[in-house]
Design a protein around this ligand. Structure first.
Ligand code: FES
Length: 135
Protein backbone atom coordinates (compact mmCIF):
# COMPACT_ATOMS: atom_id res chain seq x y z
CA UNK A 1 0.00 0.00 0.00
CA UNK A 2 2.84 2.43 0.84
CA UNK A 3 5.87 3.29 -1.28
CA UNK A 4 9.38 2.39 -0.12
CA UNK A 5 10.08 6.05 0.69
CA UNK A 6 6.96 6.38 2.86
CA UNK A 7 7.93 3.31 4.86
CA UNK A 8 11.50 4.56 5.22
CA UNK A 9 10.36 7.96 6.55
CA UNK A 10 7.79 6.32 8.83
CA UNK A 11 10.24 3.83 10.31
CA UNK A 12 13.10 6.34 10.60
CA UNK A 13 11.46 9.77 10.90
CA UNK A 14 13.74 12.80 10.72
CA UNK A 15 13.45 15.88 12.92
CA UNK A 16 11.02 14.39 15.40
CA UNK A 17 10.54 16.27 18.67
CA UNK A 18 9.93 19.83 19.78
CA UNK A 19 11.89 23.10 19.93
CA UNK A 20 11.49 24.78 23.33
CA UNK A 21 12.25 28.33 22.17
CA UNK A 22 10.68 28.00 18.71
CA UNK A 23 10.12 31.18 16.70
CA UNK A 24 6.95 29.78 15.17
CA UNK A 25 4.58 26.94 16.08
CA UNK A 26 1.92 25.41 13.83
CA UNK A 27 -0.74 23.14 15.31
CA UNK A 28 -3.14 21.28 13.14
CA UNK A 29 -5.89 18.74 13.61
CA UNK A 30 -7.21 16.50 10.88
CA UNK A 31 -10.98 16.80 10.59
CA UNK A 32 -11.21 13.52 8.66
CA UNK A 33 -9.63 11.27 11.31
CA UNK A 34 -9.09 13.43 14.41
CA UNK A 35 -5.30 13.05 14.39
CA UNK A 36 -3.07 15.98 15.38
CA UNK A 37 0.42 17.34 14.77
CA UNK A 38 2.58 20.26 15.86
CA UNK A 39 5.44 21.73 13.89
CA UNK A 40 8.15 24.02 15.32
CA UNK A 41 10.51 26.31 13.42
CA UNK A 42 13.57 28.40 14.24
CA UNK A 43 14.16 31.22 11.79
CA UNK A 44 17.46 32.85 10.96
CA UNK A 45 17.43 36.36 9.52
CA UNK A 46 20.31 37.80 7.58
CA UNK A 47 20.88 40.83 5.46
CA UNK A 48 21.66 40.15 1.81
CA UNK A 49 22.30 43.16 -0.41
CA UNK A 50 20.11 45.37 1.79
CA UNK A 51 17.29 42.82 1.94
CA UNK A 52 16.32 40.69 4.92
CA UNK A 53 16.38 37.02 4.05
CA UNK A 54 14.69 34.68 6.53
CA UNK A 55 15.51 31.00 6.39
CA UNK A 56 14.35 27.98 8.36
CA UNK A 57 17.33 27.14 10.50
CA UNK A 58 15.77 24.33 12.49
CA UNK A 59 12.49 22.45 12.28
CA UNK A 60 10.89 19.66 14.31
CA UNK A 61 7.54 17.96 14.54
CA UNK A 62 5.39 15.98 16.93
CA UNK A 63 2.76 13.78 15.36
CA UNK A 64 -0.16 11.85 16.75
CA UNK A 65 -1.18 10.38 13.45
CA UNK A 66 -0.92 7.45 11.12
CA UNK A 67 2.09 6.18 9.16
CA UNK A 68 1.35 8.57 6.27
CA UNK A 69 1.09 11.54 8.65
CA UNK A 70 4.45 10.71 10.23
CA UNK A 71 6.13 10.10 6.86
CA UNK A 72 4.79 13.36 5.36
CA UNK A 73 5.75 15.34 8.47
CA UNK A 74 9.27 13.93 8.38
CA UNK A 75 9.54 14.64 4.66
CA UNK A 76 8.30 18.23 4.95
CA UNK A 77 10.85 18.99 7.68
CA UNK A 78 13.59 17.70 5.39
CA UNK A 79 12.30 19.74 2.45
CA UNK A 80 11.82 22.95 4.46
CA UNK A 81 15.12 22.96 6.37
CA UNK A 82 17.43 25.63 4.98
CA UNK A 83 14.74 27.10 2.72
CA UNK A 84 13.66 30.72 2.81
CA UNK A 85 10.19 31.32 4.25
CA UNK A 86 8.94 32.18 0.78
CA UNK A 87 10.25 28.88 -0.63
CA UNK A 88 8.85 26.95 2.34
CA UNK A 89 5.40 28.44 1.74
CA UNK A 90 5.43 26.94 -1.74
CA UNK A 91 5.60 23.42 -0.31
CA UNK A 92 2.20 21.77 -0.39
CA UNK A 93 0.68 18.33 -0.07
CA UNK A 94 1.38 17.51 -3.72
CA UNK A 95 5.09 18.35 -3.31
CA UNK A 96 5.31 16.15 -0.25
CA UNK A 97 3.37 13.25 -1.79
CA UNK A 98 5.52 13.44 -4.92
CA UNK A 99 8.76 13.36 -2.89
CA UNK A 100 7.46 10.27 -1.12
CA UNK A 101 6.82 8.46 -4.37
CA UNK A 102 3.06 8.91 -4.05
CA UNK A 103 0.48 8.17 -1.38
CA UNK A 104 -2.61 6.00 -1.61
CA UNK A 105 -5.58 8.28 -2.51
CA UNK A 106 -7.28 7.40 0.79
CA UNK A 107 -4.24 8.83 2.61
CA UNK A 108 -3.93 12.14 0.77
CA UNK A 109 -5.80 13.96 3.58
CA UNK A 110 -2.96 12.95 5.93
CA UNK A 111 -0.37 14.70 3.77
CA UNK A 112 -2.31 17.93 4.04
CA UNK A 113 -1.55 18.19 7.75
CA UNK A 114 2.20 18.55 7.32
CA UNK A 115 1.97 21.36 4.75
CA UNK A 116 -0.73 23.17 6.72
CA UNK A 117 1.24 22.94 9.96
CA UNK A 118 4.32 24.38 8.22
CA UNK A 119 2.29 27.27 6.80
CA UNK A 120 0.76 27.91 10.23
CA UNK A 121 4.19 27.92 11.91
CA UNK A 122 5.41 30.54 9.42
CA UNK A 123 2.26 32.59 9.99
CA UNK A 124 2.81 32.33 13.76
CA UNK A 125 6.42 33.49 13.37
CA UNK A 126 5.33 36.48 11.26
CA UNK A 127 2.56 37.43 13.71
CA UNK A 128 4.97 37.27 16.66
CA UNK A 129 7.49 39.38 14.78
CA UNK A 130 4.82 41.91 13.86
CA UNK A 131 3.61 42.34 17.44
CA UNK A 132 7.22 42.56 18.65
CA UNK A 133 7.92 45.35 16.14
CA UNK A 134 4.76 47.20 17.16
CA UNK A 135 5.91 47.43 20.80
FE1 FES B 1 -5.17 10.47 10.54
FE2 FES B 1 -3.63 9.75 8.56
S1 FES B 1 -5.38 8.70 9.29
S2 FES B 1 -3.48 11.49 9.78
Amino acid sequence: MYSKKVLEQFLHPKNMGSIKDADGVGKIGNIVCGDRMTLYIKVKSKNEKGKTVETINDIKFESFGCAAAIATSSMITELAKGKTLREALELNRETVAKELGGLPPIKMHCSNMAAQALHKAIEDYRNKLKSKNEK
